[in-house]
Design a protein. Sequence first.
Length: 320
Amino acid sequence: MKTDVSEEIIIDLFNRLIPANKSVLLDDDVSQISLSNPNLVISSDMLVESTDVPAGMSLKQASRKSIIMTVSDFASKGINPKYCIISIGIPKEYSIEKIKNIVAGIEAGLKEFDIILIGGDTNSSMELIIDCTMIGSLDYDIPSRKNAEIGDIVYALGEFGFTGAGLFLLLNEKKPSNEFEKHAIKSIQNPDVNLNIFVKLVKKKLINSSIDSSDGLCFSLYKIAELSNVSIHVDRFTFSNKLKDFSSKYNFCINDLILYSGEEYNIIFTVSPDKSKKLETILNKDNIIYTKLGKVKSGSPVVYYNDKILKRKGWDGFNL
């Protein structure tokens, strides 16, 4: 099929996003950056249309999401990403207008978190694929999934259950009938990341272990438990009555929505008891939504809720 779109045109559209910057030296094939801090941090994430872009999500929203996915990994460690390399596969039948929408979404995500695009690659593909690699640097220690300690308090930033509700509405082409359902759909189409606050918490050395919840709350808790060789005991979840109403309306188990939805970009972390008051003071001052989930205890690396072992499962793009 003949098209007016070419790789050169696509590259030119993305090159317009690359700013002139004295700390970045751009060549035909490589980019050189000057870093002021000693430790380099790199993370990569891939958005694939068939698993990450539900019906009802625009191309601009999808391409912004590709930025959010990688920022979330940095946020969960308390690091500001600074530079970005994007490789993108675009179906041949895409029009220039569609490609401009993709570029606009990526531009919006980069501006939102003050990230500099320094290069990438383009090619044709059967479906939209956006691979985003981000680079940052730091001169302070960051929390690991392996460092949860017995006695730690388990926290989560953000709210849970909205993405499961939103994805159900989108996949079943149901129009939102109230504000909760609108918010649920927004949580899928325009996800948020608590980057700045978690950078602050990590720099103040308040966090022992951390992970983002993109694979679901329960699965993420299991990751911390297994890698730290501890058990995690969840005492409570906080959720709105509207989520309870939604679960009744569509016959969902509310715990399943909270625990297993995935596609969230919240942060789960553990904190020593002697630091919890200081942490909560900071979160309350900045009006950050958070939940004190439970505690880290000794024992087999499993996750309990009210003394019952939770199923180890979560979001998996290979099982859709």
